[in-house]
Write a protein that binds this ligand. Sequence first.
Ligand code: MN
Length: 470
Amino acid sequence: MKRLATQAAERVKRAGHVDVFSHIDPDGITSGTIASQALERLGIDHEMHFLKKLDSRAVEEIKDRNPEAVWFTDLGSGLFHRLADLSGVITDHHLPSEVVVPGGDRDDLRDYMTPDMVHVNPHLVGIDGTSELSSSGTAYLVARALSRENQDLAALGAVGAVGDLQDRAQGRLVGANREVVGDGERSGVLQVIRDLRLFGRETRPVFRLLQYAHDPPLPHLTEDAEACIVFFLELGIDLKGEGGWRRWIDLEAEEKRTVVSELVMSLLQKGYGHAQARRLTGEVYLLPREEEGTPLHDAKEFATLLNACGRYEAGEVGYLVCRGDRGEAYKQALGLLKGHRRHIVTSLDVVDDVGVESLDHIQWFHGGDRIKDTVVGIAAGMVLGSGSVKQDMPLFAFAQAEDGVKVSARASQRLLQRGLNLAVVVREAAAKVGGEGGGHAVAAGATIPPGTEDEFLRIADGMVGVQLQA
Ligand SMILES: [Mn+2]
């Protein structure tokens, strides 16, 4: 990675003007900011662009700009063969394109780059880009190769990795991410503590942490605010203090220990293994230079703030916050986060309103223009998770999008064991109706032409039937 990063840094230094293109999610926004800050510190003129996705059309638009130099972050690897005639750098962690450049050989690193287009991706050097290094970390390594003074950008490197859930499986960042974390600690921009890993430690009333806990869900507590309040009262822990609702960070060490051991015990009693119960606690990444009690002080909350910006096409707002704006852009970001939470609640009301219908093997709802395409997947996941619909059928959700109809499909892990693969279903059904899509076995998405929903559902229903029978 270091050699690739140095090569990329050399390429960047030769540029007069750089167009930075980044994905509009937390990892993308932090990656783009890292690139932008590093360029600015070098005195290189640049422009920042955020993309919802990099597809053929976006590639054409980028080429039409005829950029002198490009820096792609959190996207680009999957379409490298289409970008190889550009000049610049890609820092990405998605699987590299299986199409090699003309005359290339898949096993040869040199075929994933050209003398003028340096491709930095952990997968190219045997590091797992899904869990061991994010794009923010990859971009950070290039920034560090550009200048040691960029070590303060390691905090954003960690926020991006947490945003991509790279700390989820083991309760801590692992692999090459450790180097980013270590740099962050050494330069005083990151602090690692062991604590409860639930979302909202710094900003939410403490009972809400339990109410919204889903990974794993807490027996008798998740989704039940009243039960969560009683839980604290029974332990003799005050819910309110001088400043109003007490947050997790307001609790005494002793109180925290009591809560954690109670939660662990209830998980074990419910039949969860020790490994699952242990996942409640782990490493938490703090940004000590930010104000405590704000969403910026905890990497997970910071990433969620950026996520809200991205979902409402406000990558620029998130970018300004990452660059240190604590005025107008920060206020806007907080507003977007609030709006995002409200929109999710409204979306669930819309689902209630339009109703979920069933075919033979799948169920579905259509949000029309009342659910945003960027949120319909979350809505589908929450409807499924709420237990109010059939658990033995995948749920397909539609919403109107700018370039067609967005489809999101979600299924329980149990169906995965029975042979379900939504990535294949969604990709093939979409292709048959003239759309494009893919994803993961239990969570997939596509965009299809308006009016093809019924045909899409019919095909998907048949395919799921076959998969679950096998
Ligand atoms: Mn990413």
